[in-house]
Design a protein around this ligand. Structure first.
Ligand SMILES: CC(=O)N[C@H]1[C@@H](OP(=O)(O)OP(=O)(O)OC[C@H]2O[C@@H](n3ccc(=O)[nH]c3=O)[C@H](O)[C@@H]2O)O[C@H](CO)[C@@H](O)[C@@H]1O[C@H](C)C(=O)N[C@@H](C)C(=O)N[C@H](CCC(=O)O)C(=O)O
Ligand SMILES: Nc1ncnc2c1ncn2[C@@H]1O[C@H](COP(=O)(O)OP(=O)(O)OP(=O)(O)O)[C@@H](O)[C@H]1O
Ligand SMILES: N[C@H](CCC[C@H](N)C(=O)O)C(=O)O
Ligand SMILES: [Mg+2]
Length: 509
């Protein structure tokens, strides 16, 4: 494609020859190839402008940055908003693939990954292929790409959408993080449906206030209907959430479909007769005067909300309520969300979950409590270089809702792990709780929790879910909660069998 076929776009200044042919685009100099355009993005660690020479050495023929540089000999585009320009450019460069797909954007503090998995699974059960962009990975048409971010840069999103459309994929379910909304990663995308799960405290390091955080989420809904597709847009909103109620009262260019599970909140998609057990959750879904019995493998009231969101999203795509409900009942779970670890014959349960906010911990612990275990033993930590103010809240909730807690590390990144734990302890101490032990090393903490567990107990290992790494400093090393738990479960099972053979008392049984 020639530059003149794309420019002008948005008040950018162009220096060079419009006939310049572009073979590809990249915002990472290390991935630039011959004939590429390089976007020099301002970053949090460094500045893309520092890598312009590397990009040119790798074959870049056009540079986009926020400052013209007279010493650069290839074509240049100067833009005051390189992120905004990148999304406009990529939309056109990849020939508007969003117009060829039906795109569902899922936003909210918790539940996005779970809802995308549910939507994908419902559609698969209905015989429809759905691409997914989210925290665990990016997958479509049989391809699975490792995820760098929950919502990647606009360039990656447009590129993947083009591949999806060319490969015959018609639907895309995409997690839209608040970072993505604030940093222009989904700029210009013509969403068909936007889903709001909830808004609770997280990411205040980035947004500073809950109001800013809410406005970032709301911007996804405000973007509905401004694009070129002229179909009806849908805004699917959880009205059991105060911010959801606020969002549902905003004037949007979309049909609002509310959902709720609380008896006092009226909604379009409503859950009644909710029954939650260790084997899953059952409820009646009411919509448009009809009722369908739903039975999902997912445990907990939060998953009833996730199920309602997914049901509403697929019904709004035009599928019938009864067929969608049946497909929802057959849906599979997302990895690392209340995922059981095989505890052999030890008589206790171990579950790995991705709860990394106070509200998520509250929900997952309430779900476990509802199963009446003997004791709940929780292992958790809080991420480094992330919202510090959520740490004491997580500490308070974890100790108040568990019988015993091992406070440990969860991706301390460049922070001192012990200092992160001190922040968590502030909340625990304020709540006057003493039922905890600090074990900085996560493997050791998991081991001690498994050793402590007795018949009827549930061990919850929270915060990392599907993650297969621990980030300490800038080093990322392999670490998987489920794997580690299983390792010590096997040791414990062996010890139990040995004790039995020797006719000794089986400790803890
Ligand atoms: C704070 C933030 O959003 N950072 C994102 C950003 O990285 P950065 O600003 O640190 O980039 P940088 O390292 O300073 O580099 C600046 C530019 O120079 C370029 N560069 C750098 C080195 C080089 O040799 N050549 C080169 O061209 C880089 O490609 C980049 O374009 O751009 C990267 C590439 O797209 C992202 O992967 C990275 O996300 C990091 C990993 C991150 O942790 N982001 C979090 C905060 C985030 O966005 N989270 C949300 C989910 C939150 C939630 O819902 O829970 C998400 O959507 O993932
Ligand atoms: N609807 C919900 N309401 C509250 N908590 C939830 C809900 N759904 C899931 N959770 C909790 O939040 C955790 C994260 O869920 P999930 O991964 O689906 O959320 P997410 O929004 O994708 O998170 P992230 O922002 O990290 O991508 C789960 O492991 C569970 O503990
Ligand atoms: N998307 C979230 C993931 C948090 C998961 C937790 N394990 C951590 O590293 O803090 C974030 O980047 O804040
Ligand atoms: Mg997610």
């Amino acid at each position: 494609m020639k530059l003149k076929d794309i420019l002008p776009l948005n008040n950018e200044k162009f220096y060079g020859d419009g006939e310049t042919e572009i073979s590809g685009v990249s915002y990472d100099s290390r991935k630039v190839k011959k004939g590429f355009l390089f976007f020099a993005l301002p970053g949090h660690q460094t500045d893309g402008k520092k890598y312009i020479r590397d990009a040119i050495a790798n074959g870049a023929v056009v540079i986009v940055s926020d400052a013209y540089d007279k010493d650069i000999k290839v074509a240049q585009i100067e833009s005051g908003d390189v992120f905004g320009f990148m999304s406009l450019f990529c939309a056109k460069f990849f020939n508007y693939p969003d117009r060829e797909l039906t795109i569902l954007g899922i936003t909210g503090t918790n539940g996005k990954t779970t809802v995308t998995y549910m939507i994908e699974s419902i559609l698969a059960n209905l015989g429809v292929s759905c691409g997914v962009i989210g925290t665990v990975n990016y997958r479509y048409g049989g391809k699975v790409i490792e995820a760098s971010n929950t919502t990647p840069q606009s360039l990656d999103v447009y590129k993947m959408m083009r591949e999806m459309s060319d490969g015959g994929v018609k639907h895309l379910a995409m997690e839209v993080s608040s970072h993505a909304l604030s940093l222009g990663r989904v700029g210009g995308i013509d969403f068909d449906t936007a889903v709001f799960t909830n808004l609770t405290q997280d990411h205040l390091d980035f947004h500073k206030t809950m109001e800013n955080y809410f406005q970032a989420k709301a911007s996804l809904f405000k973007s509905l209907g401004v694009g070129k597709k002229n179909n009806t847009k849908f805004a699917i909103i959880n009205v059991d959430d105060d911010y959801g109620i606020r969002l549902s009262k905003m004037s949007l260019n979309a049909e609002i479909k509310s959902y709720s599970a609380a008896a006092e909140n009226k909604s379009d998609f409503h859950a009644e007769n909710i029954f939650i057990s260790a084997s899953g959750s059952k409820f009646d879904a009411l919509y448009n005067g009809q009722t369908q019995n739903i039975s999902i493998k997912h445990i907990g009231l939060h998953n009833v909300h996730n199920a309602l969101a997914s049901l509403a999203a697929v019904v709004c795509l035009g599928y019938s309520f009864d067929k969608t409900a049946a497909a929802l009942s057959a849906s599979t779970q997302a990895p690392g969300r209340l995922e059981r670890v095989d505890t052999k014959n030890l008589g206790f349960e171990v579950a790995v979950d991705y709860a990394h906010t106070e509200d998520a911990l509250k929900n997952v612990l309430a779900a476990i409590k509802n199963l009446n275990p003997q004791r709940i033993i929780t292992v958790f930590g809080a991420g480094g270089d992330r919202d510090r103010t959520k740490r004491p809240l997580m500490g308070k909730t974890a100790t108040e809702m568990s019988d015993f807690v091992f406070v440990t590390s969860d991706n301390p990144r460049t922070e001192d792990p012990e200092k992160i734990i001190l922040d968590i302890e502030v909340g625990i101490k304020k709540a006057g709780k003493k039922n905890y032990k600090v074990v900085v090393d996560r493997e050791q903490a998991i081991k001690e929790a498994v050793v402590m567990a007795e018949k009827g107990d549930v061990v919850l290992i929270a915060g990392k879910g599907h993650e297969t790494y621990q980030i300490i400093g800038t080093q990322k090393t392999h670490f998987n909660d489920a794997e580690i738990a299983l390792k010590y479960i096997i040791v414990k099972e062996k010890q139990r069998l040995q004790a039995r053979q020797l006719g000794q008392k089986e400790f803890g049984f």
